[in-house]
Design a protein around this ligand. Structure first.
Ligand code: PMP
Ligand code: GLN
Length: 388
């Protein structure tokens, strides 16, 4: 009799697909899945049109269009002039950040290894770890500021620990790692064979006085770090699924060996369009933080008279809101359901990002990568939520 044996039987549909489908079904305002509801820059759309009409329609180089790799490399060295990167060997353009994360795990984590994650964590990490037969070791960040309890990291490390996954700026909490966080990590792992997989897809979205540090900004981490980025976040084109990986030649070679058979290459006209746009609009990335900070501030100002409470997001395009005063008895999944059904607005329950969510968790994640009109509607709805 025919039988199948799925490798990750407990992995259901992602929370992002689930919540977006719920929003569609209920015709509710969708602030759940992270994507802008405004257009990408028209010059970028035009550049994609130009790239296809100019014939960039066949496979690009497997490692990515060299011009785009050079631009990624320049962005890193502009931020940190002490860094040297060779675009030929240290940068690979990928079909989005998700596949890059997956391939980095495939390339370096063996069955039986352990990988440390900080929860709440992005939902693709744990299934990718499970697929190689390794164990995800989840460490909960400490609310309300979602800081790392470094003693827990020290306690979790053993001879099986092969990788630590860092995500800064952090989805879903908006927390940004300080220099001291990185220094703590350096000290703890310096005598261990541990690779740092650093998910920095929101690197260009940092607010107030915060500064983004990349793993490879630290000489002590350079030889052991794989940095992942995503053009989707920085250019308002999540559906273009184009990202990148930056690492030393020693780490990049095994990464590329896996990536070439997972995808072989990315999408030629998309890479050409991004290349042309970055060349012609060098100011785009520099104004991105201010653009999103204004959206965060607009969203939070609209909630001033609501019964939600919050810590302002320091990065990403997500804001978490605490609903304890409104519905203290509902868990976050129930609260999302309640908001969707009764108030026609959809968010993401933070517990979706945890293996062991704290029972006191009363937080929902809202995406503020939206037009001001959408944010206004959202704040009106949320401000109308009465106390329990
Ligand atoms: N990591 C994090 C933290 C994210 O929020 C996302 C957004 N989807 C990704 C990785 C994946 O990015 P991409 O869409 O480029 O695959
Ligand atoms: N990164 C986006 C989020 O956190 C969504 C990505 C996805 O839908 N897989 O909402």
């Amino acid at each position: 009799m025919f039988q199948i044996s799925p490798k990750v039987p407990h992995t259901g549909t992602t929370i992002f697909s689930t919540m977006s489908a719920l929003a569609q079904r209920l015709n509710a305002l969708n602030l759940s899945q992270g994507f802008p509801d405004f257009s990408a820059p028209s010059a970028l759309i035009q550049a994609l049109h130009d790239a296809t009409t100019q014939g960039y329609n066949q496979y690009p180089p497997g490692d990515g269009l060299l011009g785009l790799r050079e631009q990624v490399s320049t962005l890193f060295t502009q931020r940190n002039p002490l860094l040297t990167l060779d675009p030929q060997n240290n940068v690979t353009i990928t079909s989005g950040a998700t596949i890059a994360i997956h391939c980095a795990i495939q390339a370096f984590v063996h069955a039986g290894d352990e990988v440390i994650l900080f929860d709440p964590s992005y939902d693709s990490y744990a299934p990718s770890i499970a697929l190689v037969g390794a164990t995800a070791v989840h460490i909960n960040l400490q609310a309300p500021h979602f800081e790392v309890d470094w003693q827990q990291v020290v306690d979790a490390i053993n001879h099986k620990t092969r990788m630590i996954i860092v995500n800064t700026p952090h989805n879903p909490t908006g927390a940004v790692w300080s220099k001291q966080d990185w220094l703590n990590l350096i000290k703890i792992i310096e005598n261990h064979n541990i690779i740092v997989l650093s998910d920095e897809v929101y690197e260009h979205l940092v607010f107030d006085q915060e500064k983004h540090y990349s793993a490879i900004d630290f000489p002590e981490l350079r030889e052991r770090s794989i940095v992942i980025g995503s053009f989707g976040k920085s250019f308002h084109v999540t559906g273009w699924k184009t990202g990148y990986c930056v690492a030393t030649t020693q780490l990049m070679q095994p990464f590329r060996q896996i990536y070439q058979f997972a995808s072989f290459c990315g999408v030629a006209p998309v890479q050409m369009a991004l290349h042309q746009f970055i060349q012609q609009h060098p100011a785009h990335l520099a104004q991105l933080s201010a653009f999103y900070q204004a959206k965060r501030d607009f969203f939070l100002a609209g909630l001033k008279s609501s019964h939600f409470t919050w810590t302002a997001s320091q990065g990403t395009y997500f804001q978490t809101l605490d609903y304890t005063k409104i519905q203290p008895k509902l868990n976050d999944v129930q609260m999302c359901q309640y908001l969707a059904e009764q108030h026609k607005i959809v968010a993401i329950p933070l517990s979706a990002f945890y293996k062991n969510p704290p029972s006191s968790l009363r937080l929902l994640r809202f995406c503020f990568a939206k037009q001001d009109a959408t944010l206004s509607k959202a704040t009106h709805i949320l401000s109308a939520c009465e106390l329990a």
